[in-house]
Design a protein around this ligand. Structure first.
Ligand code: SF4
Length: 474
């Protein structure tokens, strides 16, 4: 029987690919790439899946990591608080309503978990540069629990002197006593999910406090001048016209916030928001093509105010904001997870801790790390992770990655790059791929397409395959 050559197998794979798949790689034919380069955002976070580790091997693998010192590189920890005072309509991550007894019991277990892991060689060997206390709503915790948790972090985690400690917050019931407990404990970055300053938009998505209160509290925190203050704004929500969005971004600048994120609203299938729109209780959220125009306008306003761009979605006004945790976690650095529902990464392995708070607490009481899911890294994960981290910054250093991994990346990606150049999604110069504003809006699709393309080449068995020649034949 005649065997197919690698090139033939590749061409066969390409020609058999359904039209819809090709569109996800190369994009649509359009004169308006900002709005129509793709039909939709294909993924929320670009990724390459490895192999699911069998449940019975998860703890053995984790223990093996904890028994070694691990590589010296920047490290982060993520601590999850799975409680919220209210449920926001758009949320796809809600876990539990706040309950005082459960809160106390949970913080006891979280401290035990920090304690358990702190004894390991892995945790003792290298300093931790970024701590992210996220949720859920960490600011919903009581003053005592905030104090207990932060104290446990200092006792158990070898923090680098220039550590970044972020406390994710909402202004609702986040009084001066809680703010002081954070600052006294060494929190040096507050991140608020403001989403919109517009009271009508806020109320329709389930946020409680109005524009006046949000602005007053942000001004107060800025006046303390003791921590970076960061806010997230979201575009595309019901009632959020372009005028409202422009006012949202302009307000961020007027308050002189240290840093800000501009995020796209995702309407999850099982969200309360989708249900409310279907029932006619709320007008529809903006379409993806409308969100694209809002993104471009947001970028223009931030650039006009000379905010410095730290990633595609994130800006800083000054040197106080470093955005360290986000950069480390997106670029594949070690992120050790703590708490029910937390996720993390060590040497390309991805971990998730049990989301069910009762089962989480039971397993902590039994003296084990309550992991429920683990995935091993795919081959070449370092390259893929660097591509994801670089693209999040709005560019790809093709020359550097080619030299580092011993591959001709430009040649390998050339069919995609040529299509994206022609469509106005990227520019190429000095060995760098740079995303245009349209490319920035669609960057998750472009990144996922690159990863899929490289995986497809890999599955044909040869990274050095001359793709340009193959594409010409095809
Ligand atoms: S505060 Fe955050 S986690 Fe809680 S319901 Fe709202 S969006 Fe979801």
């Amino acid at each position: 029987m005649q065997t197919m050559s690698k090139a033939d197998r590749f061409i066969k794979g390409m020609t058999e690919m359904p039209v819809v798949d090709k569109k996800w790689l190369f994009g649509n034919e359009t004169d308006d790439p900002l709005r129509f380069a793709f039909d939709a955002k294909r993924v929320i976070h670009p990724s390459v899946r490895g192999r699911t580790v069998p449940a019975e091997e998860i703890l053995t693998r984790w223990d093996a990591f904890m028994r070694q010192s691990g590589r010296r590189s920047k490290r982060a920890i993520y601590i999850h608080i799975p409680f919220c005072q209210t449920r926001c309509l758009y949320c796809g991550f809600f876990q539990n309503f706040l309950n005082k007894d459960l809160e106390d019991a949970y913080i006891d277990r979280l401290i035990t978990e920090l304690n358990m892991n702190s004894m390991s060689l892995f945790m003792k060997s290298h300093p931790v540069h970024a701590v992210y206390i996220g949720g859920g709503t960490p600011s919903a915790l009581s003053v005592q629990n905030i104090e207990r948790l932060i104290q446990a972090i200092h006792l158990n985690i070898p923090l680098a002197n220039d550590y970044e400690m972020t406390f994710e917050s909402r202004f609702h019931e986040f009084g001066d006593d809680k703010i002081n407990a954070c600052l006294k404990g060494g929190v040096n970055r507050f991140s608020f999910g403001v989403q919109s300053f517009d009271t009508k938009v806020r109320k329709c998505i389930g946020r409680i406090d109005d524009r006046g209160k949000i602005i007053d509290r942000l001004n107060y925190l800025m006046s303390i001048d003791n921590a970076a203050v960061i806010i997230d704004l979201m575009y595309g929500m019901p009632h959020q016209t372009m005028d409202v969005w422009e006012k949202d971004v302009t307000t961020l600048i007027e308050i002189a916030i240290d840093g800000g994120d501009l995020y796209q609203l995702n309407v999850y299938e099982d969200s309360k928001l989708k249900e409310a729109v279907q029932k006619g209780a709320l007008p529809s959220a903006a379409k993806t093509s409308e969100q694209a125009v809002m993104f471009k306008r947001g970028v223009e306003i931030m650039e006009k105010a000379r905010y410095k761009r730290l990633s595609i979605c994130h800006w800083a006004r000054n040197t106080r904001e470093r955005n360290l945790y986000n950069q480390l976690s997106k670029s594949g650095f070690v992120t050790v997870p703590f708490g029910a529902g937390a996720g993390g990464k060590i040497e390309g392995y991805t971990f998730f801790i049990d989301r069910d708070i009762h089962s989480y607490m039971k397993r902590i009481d039994a003296g084990e790390k309550p992991l429920m899911f683990m995935m091993s890294p795919p081959d070449d994960y370092e390259l893929y992770t660097e591509i994801i981290g670089e693209m999040d910054l709005g560019r790809l250093n093709i020359s550097m990655l080619s030299a580092r991994y011993g591959v001709d990346l430009e040649n390998m990606l050339s069919p995609l790059l040529e299509a994206w150049l022609a469509k106005g999604l990227i520019t190429m110069s000095d060995g760098f791929l740079e995303l245009t504003v349209a490319g920035q809006f669609w960057y998750v699709n472009l990144t996922q397409a690159m990863l899929d393309w490289l995986m497809m080449i890999k599955s044909n068995g040869n990274h050095a395959l001359n793709i340009k020649a193959i594409a010409a034949q095809g």
